[in-house]
Design a protein around this ligand. Structure first.
Ligand code: 2RA
Length: 339
């Protein structure tokens, strides 16, 4: 029979999108718990014509819960993920807390479904499944079908990341700053200590000793884990841009075997969860606005890399909704694989 669900972090942007995606996809459930911090506990919300009261997340929240969708930050996942697993729940965690744990599958359903094949509902045995970082999901949705055909040996990614990746408050501040600047006022800078409207800046994740920020190293490490390929060379530059909820990424691929752009375009047009927007004549290519609130990742600017010989290089441009396929949709698709 249908599983019992819990949504942890239900008040956040991704938490709300979990509910939208569950409803859109008619995900079957016999019950659903809305869990959040003390601050949100007690508030009411309506989901699928039924009213719920948001409950405070506690160590007892997971009794009888079959699948728990988490998106409440790494510290909440670290503390309550294992408790939920111990209660017998299968946790799909959107935080980075467990992504690189050897015994935790890091899953994009269209890319590496077999990595979670050993995890079954109804055994009473809990488990942890990690949702990859949004920029990783969006990139690999397009890069993987090409990798499977011609084997990527090096990938260079430049991201143009939306405000939503920094949370609902960042989206609100971007809108506020935009109004303020247009009205000639000085911008309110609470989330990012610099002007965001009409500006762009290196991703706000902490910068590490090697000069990369954590967002860039997630792309490097998560790609290797998801592709199960410790040798693939990946480098990335992640930039925050004044766009609301969809990431854009320029991806350069170097292959072991030749891959021409027409074959690449054909592969991508058949790829699940991907739509090709690649109209050179009218200069029409993927844009963040066009993919916002949509499930599919859009890919275009598919062209041979002129710096590589013999069709061993390809450049593409990818856009995907950060909150949907970058987080909530991917997590719900993982949950669907458990049904
Ligand atoms: C960002 N990847 O876009 C992060 C969100 N988890 O900042």
């Amino acid at each position: 029979n249908a599983p019992s669900l819990a949504v942890v972090g239900v008040s956040g942007a991704v938490g709300q999108e979990f509910l939208s995606v569950l409803a859109d996809r008619n995900f079957p459930y016999r019950s659903i718990k809305m869990l959040a911090s003390k601050r949100s506990a007690g508030k009411r919300l309506t989901f699928e014509d039924k009213e719920y009261i948001i409950e405070e997340l506690t160590e007892d929240s997971f009794q009888g819960v079959d699948i728990a969708l988490f998106s409440a930050g790494g510290s909440i996942s670290k503390r309550f993920g294992p408790i939920a697993v111990h209660s017998g729940s299968i946790v799909v965690d959107n935080s980075s807390a467990f992504r690189m744990d050897d015994n935790v599958p890091l899953v994009i359903p269209e890319v590496n479904p077999s990595s979670m094949a050993h995890i079954k509902l109804g055994t009473g045995k809990g488990a942890l499944i990690a949702n990859p970082n949004c920029s990783t999901i969006i990139c690999l949705m397009a890069a993987t079908p090409l990798h499977q055909r011609a084997k990527v040996v090096r990938m260079v990614v430049s991201t143009y990341q939306a405000a939503s990746g920094a949370g609902a408050a960042a989206m609100e501040e971007l809108e506020l700053q935009t109004r303020e600047v247009l009205e000639g006022k000085s911008p309110t800078c609470n989330i990012f200590k610099q002007q965001y409207a009409f500006n762009l800046f290196s991703h706000n994740a902490p910068v590490m000793g090697n000069g990369y920020n954590e967002e860039e190293m997630k792309l490097v490490k998560e790609t290797r884990k998801i592709w199960n390929d410790k040798d693939v060379k990946v480098t990335a530059t992640c930039i925050r841009v004044p766009v609301m909820r969809a990431h854009a990424e320029a991806v350069n691929l170097q292959f072991k075997n030749p891959l021409d752009e027409d074959t690449a375009r054909e592969i991508l047009s058949q790829a699940p969860g991907v739509v090709v927007i690649d109209d050179r004549a009218s200069n029409r290519f993927p844009t963040p606005l066009e993919v916002s609130n949509k499930d599919d990742v859009a890919v275009g600017r598919i062209r041979q890399d002129v710096s590589q010989e013999g069709n061993l290089g390809l450049d593409i441009f990818v856009c995907g909704d950060q909150i949907r396929k970058g987080a909530a949709l991917n997590a719900v698709q993982i949950a669907e694989m458990l049904l």
